[in-house]
Design a protein around this ligand. Structure first.
Ligand SMILES: [Fe+2]
Ligand SMILES: [Fe+2]
Length: 399
């Protein structure tokens, strides 16, 4: 088994780290890629707005998740747990113990590679792991790395692989932190990491969460969910706007509702209940017992009370899973967009998509009927709101 160990302060983790991780995983054909956020010496005073270790761990997890390869990536807390200064030699000793027999590869950028001989116990480092160093271009690597590669091979018997990453982001963490404090830096970060920074007000960012721009709202929403859900959220936004334009609703309101509609999807049951309790969302017994229903309620609450969205957005999110009797236009549109956005795939989706642009109420009715059928097939109780949606739509259509 080949394991890549990618250490760093990840303060914050950025697109350069992501590009390097992807390139190294492919070049070395890694079976595992392990991000190792470095510990910080306890006596070191950190500037205001610096993330805590827990926050750096969270950002590293978000970055790892962006690889969309959950079987490949993990974040290892070893250096955060270990007291004192983080030495790579110690980390590799721990790694060799934890994954016996694995072939270890240490991933690093140019600066680290060029100073490797000055690290603590370089002989241990280079005997326990191969080195994968990345530079920007092949020429850079030849010019900058050749002498060092030879020296490390000669002095330590090092096993070295160099890879070039053409789109390697040219920003240091120090520069990036400064940019963030001045309201910039977003282009160097995965959207979800940037959203986390905004939510936690790190590095001197001071976004008012109730008045975010559309771009920032997306980042914040994406930071709350797993990366694999992003295609669905983006698809829902696209579809909701298209439907709003077709049926004469406010496209920007639908856009915001779609961006936020699943933002609490990955919270625990208790977290949903706490949010609903805090914002006075009344839940019935059925909702209390089902995460699938709860995320609509807690998501609506955050949209309204944390992200400052309108009552219309609130209600569209509140009913996006079940529908309800006498739905308003925006409620119908989000319900449908969620159901049939471009990444959805089920036998009737083509028919539903056609209907959604031809006969709105028939499309919503079809959605409700499909949901009811699915629940019955799974022997689940259908939420009364869905039954009411079906009944009022039928009645309205004279069926
Ligand atoms: Fe949902
Ligand atoms: Fe959804």
């Amino acid at each position: 088994m080949k394991i890549g160990i990618y250490g760093g302060t990840f303060n914050p983790p950025h697109l350069g780290h992501l590009a390097a991780a992807r390139a190294a995983a492919a070049a070395l054909e890694l079976d595992q890629l392990i991000f190792v956020p470095a510990g910080t010496p306890p006596h070191k005073t950190m500037p205001a707005g610096s993330p805590t270790q827990a926050q750096r761990l969270e950002m590293s997890s978000i970055l790892a998740d962006q690889m969309l390869r959950p079987e490949l990536t993990q974040v290892w807390e070893e250096e955060l747990r270990r007291p004192g200064k983080s030495y790579t030699a110690d980390t590799l000793r721990q790694a060799a113990e934890r994954w016996p027999g694995a072939q270890l590869w240490l991933l690093m950028g140019t600066d680290m590679f060029l100073t490797l001989q000055d690290w603590h116990e370089p002989e241990t480092v280079l005997s326990l792991a191969g080195v994968c160093a990345f530079g920007r271009t092949h020429e850079d690597i030849q010019r900058q790395f050749a002498a060092q590669r030879e020296a490390l091979r000669r002095d330590f018997g090092a096993n070295i692989v160099t890879i070039s990453i053409p789109n390697l982001v040219e920003v240091s963490s120090t520069q990036l932190r400064a940019l963030l404090g001045q309201g910039g830096g977003r282009e160097y970060l995965p959207e979800a990491v940037y959203g986390y920074i905004l939510r936690e007000k790190l590095y001197g960012t001071h976004a008012d969460l109730s008045r975010l721009t559309i771009e920032d709202l997306r980042c914040v929403s994406y930071s709350m969910v797993k990366a694999k859900r992003l295609a669905h959220i983006k698809g829902t936004e696209e579809e909701a706007v298209r439907l709003a334009l077709r049926w004469g609703a406010d496209p920007e309101e639908l856009r915001r509702a779609a961006i936020l509609h699943d933002c609490t999807k990955y919270l625990t049951r208790q977290e949903h209940l706490d949010i609903c309790d805090r914002y006075g969302i009344v839940l019935d017994d059925m909702e209390r017992g089902a995460e699938k229903l709860l995320h609509a309620k807690s998501g609506a609450a955050l949209a309204r009370y944390v992200f400052g969205q309108s009552e219309t957005v609130f209600r569209a999110i509140l009913y996006h899973t079940t529908g309800r009797g006498n739905m308003t236009l925006p409620e119908k549109l989000l319900y449908l967009a969620d159901y049939m956005e471009p990444t959805r795939d089920f036998p009737e989706v083509g028919q539903l998509r056609r209907l959604a642009y031809e006969d709105l109420d028939r499309a919503v009715l079809m959605g409700a009927e499909l949901s009811i059928r699915e629940m019955m097939e799974r022997n689940r109780v259908v939420h009364p709101n869905t039954v009411e949606a079906e009944q009022t739509l039928r009645k309205g259509l004279g069926l």
